[in-house]
Design a protein around this ligand. Structure first.
Ligand code: ACM
Ligand code: ZN
Length: 755
């Protein structure tokens, strides 16, 4: 009997411990849930006997005050009802910044291998707190051992395109701290604004910090708002922010862009540009500009050294970022000073001149005990000897640099550019691209191309936050949350401990934390994603709906019908109609979408392509063209078009049986600013056997819609036919006078109608 009671008790304990969900992000290396709880009350004492650990204690107190409205006393010791912090300071390499966190009924003990480790222990403790207000602060008993995977865990913020006040920069730094990140890359100078006070060159902020207006909407925009815009940080403010970050064990890496993205500096001091170029202005639109620092004039280097001298007094960081990306060589090619420099230094071309530029700056910074970081373009024309490379144009730059035994920070666009959309629905204006949460989560910073030795040069990764389309702090928050939480786990947690499904379980608590922090965040995680599939017998189409989250209820309703039904399997649609999907968690509608299907004789039919589309624009294959969904959004809806460059699109549609047809409409996308041009012409052919085709009509009359799309409407005499062949010929070259004139344009086709 007694044994049975014991057994039951053990089972009960195990049940309660294992059913307790702990929601720490990033996931700790080891975590055991124990029986019992500790309750934080106003009488709980934070016991600190190492002065440095008061930083961690202060962070906890600030958090408690902000979220729950009270602070705890800090004392040297406490024997019960305590949160005890201690730091061993006996660091061995493998234990850098590790910590242990133990919660028992009497209190909490955090022991860091370093003070930084202790600080991270506090971050985990914060995530053991309830995610709702006005409740008892019950903390589950746990035993945690934890340490970071990568030494560099970063977030970047562009304050050039839009300026953010010190108060928000501090919040941003707190967000990093809460995610156990340790580098803040502060992008301080741009074509659209110079944001750091330099005492020796006051015009940089008097003139360079302000522009006369900003484009409206998405580049190239629908005009200019003509509203003066700008701002900058005084040196006192910078010092305050650097200290604020240091108190959270975050290093700020300042970026002073050179030789490109420098037009605000040139506007302030025109002698910094190549003679004969200009006039300059603080730019009011986005992009890459030809006006860059002159590489032939020694005064440019004197100026930059003076600027960097002041930067170094403000920022203790070992690393200084010097930019190096997107520097057009247009002015250098024409500049007598730059050409003289090429000759005098025995350089091959302007790429080597850029390399000369970067190496000269590196030598200067090295002489002051600092190291440079540059974007991956600094590989072109020869890498500066000690440079660290930030790989942004994919992973290739990082791979090449690591193979040359240079340190690397990975920031590839496909995985960590947080200026891309998180939702396929275009819920706000973004730079383009689609980067959902799961793609960030699944990112692996060590490219598989590297061997074990080379992999050691990958210091970590960072998300970049370019702010062309983020004019306010709330938008920045919306773009970083929840993706930053996913990234933190990429950087902190060992790969074998990482799991998307486990992360999904912890995510709802994280959303509640965002509410506690009063931050804006994207709910796109709860979006309904749909795809269109062929039906088994090519009669109609199937609409498949999916959600990341499976704890709620997915419903759908056909247009004109009142009662939604449970969605279980893909829905067969045979006529033009709208279908609405709804995702509920409890009674809360998390997302709804309406899919408008436009039926014609080709919809859902069997279709084959002579040539597959280009690698980066596969859409949903050939079926994209007959799936009944017409793309009105343009290039951002990547699933709803297929792309070709320099080759014909030739499609054969099998109508299933001979039918009378007299019209074909080919829908295409037109967006010159993205090098996407309408086709040159379209030919329609018909066949009864699928082999011998005869031409019905040809058209070169593209009609542009109001938006980024348009069509060729081709009418012909009635024809009784089963197979319709459509051949779409691309434009040979981008027209003169347009961006990238002479190059092969992209051709994006989204739908073919047969009527
Ligand atoms: C960059 O995104 N131009 C580094
Ligand atoms: Zn020049």
């Amino acid at each position: 009997m007694r044994n049975i009671v014991m057994l039951c008790t053990v089972l009960l304990f195990s049940f309660s411990s294992f059913s307790q969900q702990i929601n720490i992000i990033p996931k700790p290396a080891s975590l055991q849930v124990k029986p019992g709880n500790f309750i934080i009350s106003k009488k709980t004492v934070i016991a600190v006997n190492d002065e440095e650990d008061t930083k961690a204690a202060d962070f906890l107190n600030d958090y408690l005050q902000d979220v729950y409205g009270f602070k705890l006393n800090v004392d040297k010791q406490a024997s019960k009802n305590y949160i005890r912090l201690s730091t061993k300071n006996t660091v061995t390499d493998s234990a850098i910044d590790s910590y242990s966190l133990n919660v028992i009924k009497e209190g909490v003990t955090i022991e860091g291998a370093t003070h930084i480790g202790t600080f991270y222990g506090i971050q985990s403790l914060i995530q053991l707190l309830p995610v709702i207000k006005n409740t008892q602060l019950v903390i589950k008993a746990v035993a945690i051992q934890d340490a970071p995977r990568f030494a560099y865990r970063g977030m970047h913020l562009d304050v050039g395109r839009h300026f953010f006040p010190v108060s928000f920069v501090k919040k941003y730094i707190d967000y990093l701290a809460l995610h156990k990140m340790n580098y803040f890359h502060w992008h301080l100078t741009e074509d659209q604004g110079w944001r750091i006070e330099i005492k020796k060159y006051p015009r940089l902020t008097e003139v360079g910090a302000y522009r006369k207006g900003t484009i409206i909407g998405h580049y190239p925009g629908t005009g200019n708002d003509s509203i003066p815009y700008g701002g900058f940080y005084t040196q006192d403010e910078i010092k305050e922010v650097v200290q604020y970050a240091a108190d959270r064990y975050i290093t700020i890496i300042p970026e002073i862009e050179m030789p490109g993205h420098a037009e605000a500096a040139l506007t302030s001091y025109p002698w910094l540009g190549c003679p004969g170029t200009g006039p300059y202005k603080v730019e009011e639109t986005w992009g890459v500009f030809d006006n860059v620092f002159c590489a032939g004039n020694d005064s440019t280097f004197m100026f930059l050294q003076d600027v960097l001298d002041e930067v170094m007094t403000l920022f203790p960081s070992k690393y200084i970022h010097i930019g190096g990306d997107e520097c057009p060589k247009t002015n250098w090619k024409k500049c007598p000073l730059c050409q003289a420099r090429i000759k005098a230094e025995g350089l091959k071309d302007e790429h080597e001149l850029q390399s000369y530029f970067i190496q000269r700056i590196e030598k200067y910074l090295n002489s002051k005990g600092r190291q440079i970081i540059g974007w991956d373009e600094i590989l072109e024309g020869g890498l500066a000897p000690k440079a660290t490379v930030m790989s942004w144009r994919g992973e290739e730059g990082g791979i090449a640099a690591a193979q040359q035994h240079h340190k690397v920070i990975m920031t590839p666009g496909t995985y960590v550019y947080f200026d891309h959309s998180q939702s396929t629905k275009e819920d706000s204006v973004t730079i383009g691209g689609y980067l959902p949460l799961q793609t960030v989560y699944n990112y692996e910073p060590i490219p598989k191309e590297l061997n074990a030795e080379e992999a050691k040069y990958i210091m970590g990764a960072q998300a970049n936050v370019w702010t062309e389309y983020m004019a306010y702090p709330s938008k920045v928050e919306y773009m970083i949350f929840p993706r930053m939480s996913a990234l933190s786990e990429v950087l902190w947690t060992a790969p074998e401990k990482k799991s998307w499904s486990d992360f999904q379980k912890r995510l709802p608590a994280q959303f509640k934390r965002y509410d506690l922090w009063k931050v804006h965040y994207s709910n796109a995680y709860y979006d309904i994603n749909y795809s269109i599939l062929p039906s088994a017998n090519y009669k109609g189409i199937l609409i498949k709906m999916e959600t990341n989250d499976s704890t709620g209820k997915l419903l759908y309703a056909e247009s004109g019908k009142h009662y939604p039904k449970n969605y279980t399997t893909p829905i067969l649609v045979k006529n033009t109609e709208g279908l609405t999907g709804m995702y509920y968690k409890g009674t809360k509608l998390m997302d709804s979408i309406t899919i408008n299907v436009a039926f014609n004789k080709a919809t859902g039919k069997k279709i084959t392509l002579a040539e597959p589309p280009a690698k980066y624009y596969p859409g949903n294959g050939a079926f994209t063209l007959v799936d009944g969904i017409q793309n009105t959004a343009g290039v951002t809806h990547a699933k709803e078009f297929i792309g070709y460059k320099g080759t014909d699109l030739a499609a054969i549609i099998d109508l299933g049986s001979a039918q009378s047809i007299s019209q074909v409409i080919v829908h295409a996308i037109s967006k010159g600013s993205s090098q996407v041009y309408p086709p040159k012409s379209v030919e329609v052919l018909a066949s009864t056997d699928g082999t011998n085709f005869k031409s019905l009509a040809t058209s070169d009359a593209f009609v542009q819609d109001a938006g980024p799309t348009g069509n060729f409407t081709i009418n012909f005499d009635k024809s009784n036919t089963r197979y319709v062949k459509v051949v779409v010929h691309p434009l040979a070259a981008i027209p003169e006078g347009k961006k990238s004139a002479g190059e092969q344009p992209w051709m994006f086709i989204d739908e073919i109608e047969v009527n």
